[in-house]
Each structure stands twice: as C-alpha cells, then as structure tokens.
Write a protein that binds this ligand. Structure first.
Ligand code: HEC
Ligand code: HEC
Length: 403
C-alpha cells in the first residue's frame, strides 16, 4: 500500500510537470505568433546587446590601458574645478547611471539642461542635447571649462596632472611623452584620456535584450519570462506609437535630432535654440573633427561634420536620447521637465501639436492611449533597463606601480 502510494505520487507529479511544460511551450508559441514577421524583424534590429567595441579613430589613446586608468582618476578629481569641489562624477554619478537625479545639472551654479547618463556613450554620434560636439573627448573637455559647471582652465588641469606622480606616470605611459606639452594641448590629451575611460561604460543586458535573443534562438522558456505587459508595450512602441522611427537600433536612438514639443523656454526669459545653436557651436569649435586635434589622419570620421550647416528647422530640436537605463536616469527630456516615465508616456499620448514647430515631416500625433495601454508602454520602457541595480564601475588596474 505504502509502496504503491509512493510510486504513484511521483508519477502524478511528473505528469503535472510535463503538462506545465507543455502549456509553457504552447503559450510561448502563441506569443511568438502574436508578433508578425515584420515586427519580429524590427525587434531583432534593437540588438544584439552589447554592441561590439571598436576604438575611436579620432582618439589615439582609445582603448589604451594607461589612458583608461588616467581618465578614471580624473573623472573623480574635483581639483580640476575652480572651487576644487566639482568633479565630473558630481553630476555623472556612477550609481545613477552616471546622471544626478536633478532636472538640470548643478556645478558651480545651476545649468539649463538635464545631465545625460554616460553608459554606452561611446556609441553616440553627436554629443550634448544639441549635438554641440562631434566626438567624445571634446564633449569631455567642455565641462572642465564651462563656467557654470567646473570653471577650470587648461593651466589648472595641467597643474593637477603634473603635481601627482601617479597621474604623471599614467600620462607618460599613455602618450609616450612627459606632460610637457603646452597647457592647451595637455588639456586635449587629458580629455582624450577621460574619453577613453568613458568608452568602457557599457550597461549590462536588459530583460528586453534577453527576450530579443530568446526570440532569435526560439527559446520558449526565456520568451515566456518576458512580462506580457512589456510585450504589449513593445507592440505599441513599434506600431501605433511609431516610437522606433526615432528611437531606433540597439541604442534606441537614430542618433539624430527632433522636436517633440518639449518647451524650449529658459527661466527667467530666454530660449534654448537646441540643435541650431549646437551646429553653430560645433562648427566654431577648435576641437571638432575638422580641426588639428583629430587623430584620424584619413579624416574619414569627419564627413558628418564637414557638410553640416545650421538650418531654420534645427531651431528647438534636441537629440533623440537612447532609451536604455531609463529606470536610473529620471527626470527626463533636455530640461528635465518630466519626472517619471508615466509623465513621458502622457506627453506623447496627449501631445500638443501646436507646440511642434519643426517644418519637417510630422511623425508625431497624439496617441490618446488608454490607461492600460499607457501602463504597458511604461512596462516596456522599464524593460530596457538592467533589472539589477547599477553595478559600480570597476577601477581599471594601475599601469604604473606606486601612487
Ligand atoms: C554640473 C554638472 C556636470 C558636470 C560637473 C559635468 N557634466 Fe557632463 N554633462 C552635464 C550636462 C548638463 C550635459 C548636457 C550638456 C548639453 O547638452 O549641452 C552633459 C553632457 C556630457 C556629455 C555628453 C553626453 C551625451 O550623451 O551627449 C559627456 C560625454 C559628458 N557630459 C562628460 C563629462 C565629463 C567627462 C565631465 C568632467 C570633465 C563632465 N561631464 C562634467 C552635466 C555635467
Ligand atoms: C520624431 C522623433 C521621435 C519619436 C517618434 C519619438 N520620440 Fe521620444 N524623444 C525624441 C526626442 C527628440 C526626445 C528628446 C526631446 C527633448 O528633450 O526635448 C525624446 C525623448 C524621449 C524620452 C526621454 C528620454 C530621456 O532620457 O530623457 C523617452 C522616454 C521617449 N522619448 C520615449 C518615446 C516613446 C515611448 C515614443 C513613442 C510613443 C517616442 N519616444 C517617440 C524623439 C522622438
């Protein structure tokens, strides 16, 4: 009796397990069937993640271990600033996806724009909300000099470098010379080292990435693990929302600029000209890729800048931001005016078309999303962030001994 019972229980159990597994496979198959072949192709286009890393041809110390170590130390170095209290990491905080949680950055004084996160920054094409920079090292040099952010100078930067043996040593290892170049040249090299470190900041795969890869290898169990709300939100994102028109590819950004009706007025009175001002600033900059500091002898990396001219339609356009890591980088938009992802979705849902002033093709229409649809879209956007807390960046190994 006892014997039989013992035998039949596992049998019934195993039958239940088989049925459960079968149900999972069937529902996963249904879920794949929910997406059309076109949708599946578009989902695939948002990966794979992470992207392969390639060195920046405009930065000769890109990928150089000593430069990465030097850049890491300088990123956390407040003595580069006028009051010796503001470092890059004051605004770009590692535990917040390298953002600061504020509407606009605060250095020596308040700025006018939201601090962007720096994860995956290597893969951007233009830097700054207005694309005022065409390379990562000049975007890293700007805050050192900006009087609202760090208020530093080439001379101050050179002094910090030369007065600390470990920095001096890493500089020599990275650039193959003593730090005896002119101060302005040294400033550029330092910015290149800080850029080399930022190039190592990559976010881990997100639940969306796992879903995308699971679809590709037809892994029913992993497909089923992606929440149904996120799947419905994804369909909205690709379809009716037309979000992927601008938020395209593995970064969820086409790397270009757009106007989605976020106000561009700055208190107390003034306007942020966005991309139009950015193009003017970029073309006037001695540190753009057309200038002498570009290390790419072929100038193959400068064609995008070469033909750039500010146009009327660029007024009030801002960079299409990547949508990765949003969970860690609130508030949102160039001026930090939207506090939550729900607010962002409401913005698109109730879009005020009168605010869209760009004269280009109009992609955006008010979506008039229902409550459930809005929640689905938020669930999808959240699934683009890694589920665990942001890992602390690893301190790169010292190339020089003794510091
Ligand atoms: C006071 C806060 C603050 C400090 C300090 C600061 N940043 Fe920023 N950072 C910002 C803001 C705000 C922007 C957006 C600027 C814009 O759009 O014009 C930005 C933009 C950037 C970008 C462009 C990112 C993108 O996605 O386009 C990079 C790279 C960057 N900062 C690196 C640095 C480095 C390196 C330092 C230190 C040398 C630094 N920042 C110091 C606030 C700060
Ligand atoms: C016409 C191109 C375009 C379309 C279509 C578009 N966006 Fe955007 N998106 C942008 C631009 C440009 C910004 C930044 C605007 C600003 O700061 O002024 C932005 C900002 C955002 C942000 C804020 C990110 C951050 O880090 O601040 C989120 C989230 C977002 N969009 C999600 C969506 C969703 C969801 C959809 C579809 C409903 C969508 N976008 C459709 C261009 C677009």
């Amino acid at each position: 009796m006892t014997y039989r019972l013992n035998e039949s229980v596992p049998r019934r159990l195993s039958l239940a397990v088989v049925l459960l597994a079968l149900a999972t496979v069937v529902s996963a198959a249904e879920e794949i069937a929910e997406f059309t072949a076109a949708e599946l192709g578009r989902i695939a286009s948002h990966g794979p993640w992470p992207l392969p890393w390639t060195p920046d041809p405009g930065n000769r110390v890109s990928g150089n271990a000593a430069a990465i170590r030097l850049g890491h130390e300088l990123f956390f170095e407040p003595r580069l600033s006028a009051n010796r209290r503001v470092a890059c990491a004051t605004c770009h905080q590692p535990t917040r996806g390298f953002q600061d949680g504020r509407a606009v950055g605060r250095g020596l004084v308040d700025g006018v724009r939201n601090t962007p996160g720096l994860l995956n920054v290597r893969h951007q094409r233009w830097f700054g909300w207005d694309g005022g920079h065409d390379n990562l090292w000049s975007a890293s040099l700007r805050p050192i000099l900006d009087t609202r952010e760090m208020g530093g100078s080439a001379t101050r930067t050179a002094r910090v470098l030369r007065n600390k043996a470990a920095l001096d040593c890493h500089y020599r290892q990275a650039f193959g010379t003593a730090p005896d170049a002119s101060d302005p040249e040294l400033l550029v090299n330092i910015a290149k080292a800080i850029a080399a470190w930022q190039e190592t900041l990559v976010s881990p795969p997100s639940p969306f990435d796992m879903f995308r890869d699971a679809l590709e290898r037809n892994d029913a169990q992993a497909i089923a693990a992606y929440p149904a709300a996120a799947k419905r939100g994804l369909r909205l994102f690709l379809g009716r929302g037309q979000c992927a028109t601008c938020h395209a590819g593995p970064l969820f950004s086409n790397g270009e600029f757009g106007d989605i009706g976020v106000p561009f007025f700055i208190k107390p009175e003034g306007v942020d000209p966005g991309r139009q001002g950015g193009i003017k600033r970029l073309l006037a900059s001695p540190w753009n890729l057309l200038g002498t500091y570009n290390d790419d002898a072929t100038r193959g990396n400068a064609t995008g800048t070469q033909f750039l001219r500010p146009e009327h339609r660029n007024f009030g356009e801002f960079k299409v931001p990547s949508l990765r890591n949003l969970k860690h980088t609130a508030p949102y938009m160039h001026n930090g005016s939207l506090a939550t992802l729900r607010d962002v979705v409401r913005h698109y849902s109730e879009l005020n078309e009168d605010r869209l002033h760009a004269d280009g093709e109009r992609i955006l229409k008010p979506l008039n999303l229902g409550k459930a649809e809005s929640s689905d879209l938020v669930a999808f956007l959240e699934s683009l962030s890694p589920s665990e807390a942001m890992p602390a960046p690893v301190t790169p190994a010292a190339v020089c001994s003794g510091r």
